[in-house]
Design a protein around this ligand. Structure first.
Ligand code: NAD
Length: 324
C-alpha cells in the first residue's frame, strides 16, 4: 500500500490515475479503474450532447461505488462546444473531481469551487502549473513530452518537468507522460509527484471500449512509432504513425497550413470510427511513447495489482540493497 497526498485527496487506495481519453474514457473504463483502487476520469467531450454525459455518469455510478471524475478539455475544436452545459451537468450529478486540460480553467473556477468540486488541472509546463496553483486548482497533472495527445510546445520530458514543477508549486502533483508500469510509479514518486497518470497503457486493457486491433497496435508498435502532428498550428498532438499521419505531415511540410487543410484527416469523428472498427489506417489516434512498454492486454485490476507489486518490490528490495 502506498499512501500519498493523491490517495488521501481522492479517497482511493492506489496513487494511479486514468486521465481523460477522448472517446475511450467512458463508464466501462473509469469504473474498472475505480474498482481496481485507482481513479478514472470520463471524458466529457466524448458525448456530443451534454445530456449524454449525465447518462454516462449515472451508468458509471451503477458500475462502481468508488470515486471517479470527469475530464473537460479546452482545446481548439472543429465543433462548437457548450462547456457551461457540461459543467452544469457535472454539478447537478454531484461530480466531486474534474480534470481540466488544454487551457486555463479560470473562467469556471468560481463555479466549480462553490460546488465543492476539486479541480485537477492538466498542463505541460511549469509556468502553467504555477498559474493553476494560483487560481485555486487542487492538483496539477503535469504532462511530459512523452505523452500521448497534446503534450504542449515546450518539448520538456517528464524527467525534468516533474521535479521542476515540484520545486515551483506546493499542491499535489500527478505525473503524466511515459508511465506504464511499477517502475514508472516509483520513478515519478521519486521525482516529486504524488501519483501517476496513465492514458495509453489503459487503452490496452480488457475494459477499454475499443476494437481489439487498437489494443494490439499498442503492443505491436514501439517507443519509436509516434509522430507529432499539428506542430505548425501550435496544437501539437502525439499520435501513432500510419499513412494518414504521413499525409498530414506532408501537408504541414508545405507551410502556411490551416486547420481546414488537414481537418478531414485529423477529425475526431474519423478517429472515433477507427477506434470502433479497428481500421488502424483510417485516421489519427493519440498514443504515447510508452507503447514501447506495453506487451499485453490485462484487466485494469490485473494491471494495477501488477504495478503496485512491482513498485513495492523495487522500494523494498532494490532500495534496501543500495542504502547501506
Ligand atoms: P476535433 O475533431 O474537434 O478536432 C480534431 C483535432 O484538430 C483536435 O486535435 C483539435 O484540437 C484540432 N483542431 C481543431 N480545430 C483546430 C484549430 N482551429 N486549430 C488548431 N487545431 C485544431 O477533435 P475531437 O477529437 O472531437 O476532440 C475534442 C477535443 O478534445 C479537441 O479539442 C481535442 O484537441 C481534444 N482532445 C484532447 C486530447 C488530449 O490529449 N487531452 C486527446 C484527444 C482530443
Amino acid at each position: 500500500m502506498l499512501k500519498t497526498r493523491i490517495t488521501e485527496l481522492f479517497g482511493i487506495e492506489r496513487p494511479i490515475v486514468q486521465g481523460g481519453l477522448m472517446w475511450i474514457a467512458r463508464a466501462e473504463l473509469a469504473s474498472a479503474v475505480a474498482n481496481a483502487g485507482g481513479i478514472g476520469f470520463m471524458t466529457a467531450l466524448t458525448f456530443q450532447e451534454a445530456e449524454d454525459l449525465r447518462a454516462e455518469i449515472r451508468k458509471c455510478r451503477e458500475m462502481t461505488d468508488k470515486p471517479f471524475g470527469v475530464n473537460l478539455t479546452f482545446l481548439p475544436s472543429l465543433r462548437t462546444i457548450d462547456y457551461p452545459a457540461y459543467i452544469k451537468i457535472c454539478i447537478e450529478e454531484g461530480i466531486e473531481f474534474i480534470e481540466t486540460a488544454g487551457r486555463n480553467p479560470e473562467p469556471y473556477m468560481d463555479q466549480l469551487k462553490s460546488a465543492g468540486i476539486k479541480v485537477v488541472h492538466k498542463c505541460t509546463s511549469v509556468r502553467h502549473a504555477i498559474k493553476a496553483e494560483k487560481i485555486g486548482c487542487d492538483v496539477v497533472s503535469i504532462d511530459g513530452f512523452e505523452a500521448a495527445g497534446h503534450p504542449g510546445e515546450d518539448d520538456v520530458t517528464s524527467l525534468i518537468l516533474i521535479p521542476a514543477t515540484r520545486d515551483a508549486i506546493d499542491i499535489p502533483i500527478i505525473a503524466s507522460g511515459g508511465f506504464a508500469d511499477g517502475r514508472g510509479l516509483v520513478g515519478c514518486l521519486g521525482l516529486g509527484a504524488d501519483g501517476m497518470n496513465m492514458g495509453t497503457r489503459f487503452v490496452a486493457t480488457q475494459e477499454a471500449p475499443v476494437h481489439d486491433n487498437v489494443k494490439q497496435a499498442l503492443i505491436d508498435h514501439s517507443e519509436r512509432d509516434t509522430r507529432l502532428i499539428m506542430r505548425t498550428l501550435r496544437n501539437t498532438e502525439r499520435v501513432i504513425k500510419n499513412p494518414i499521419v504521413d499525409k498530414v505531415l506532408e501537408i504541414e511540410s508545405r507551410g502556411n497550413t490551416k486547420i481546414e487543410d488537414i481537418a478531414p484527416y485529423v477529425s475526431g469523428l474519423v478517429g472515433k470510427e477507427m477506434l470502433e472498427d479497428g481500421d488502424m489506417q483510417k485516421g489519427v489516434m493519440s498514443a504515447g511513447q510508452c507503447m514501447g512498454l506495453i506487451r499485453d492486454i490485462p484487466t485494469c485490476r490485473e494491471l494495477l495489482d501488477r504495478i503496485m507489486a512491482q513498485a513495492e518490490k523495487i522500494i523494498k528490495e532494490k532500495f534496501s540493497q543500495v542504502i547501506v
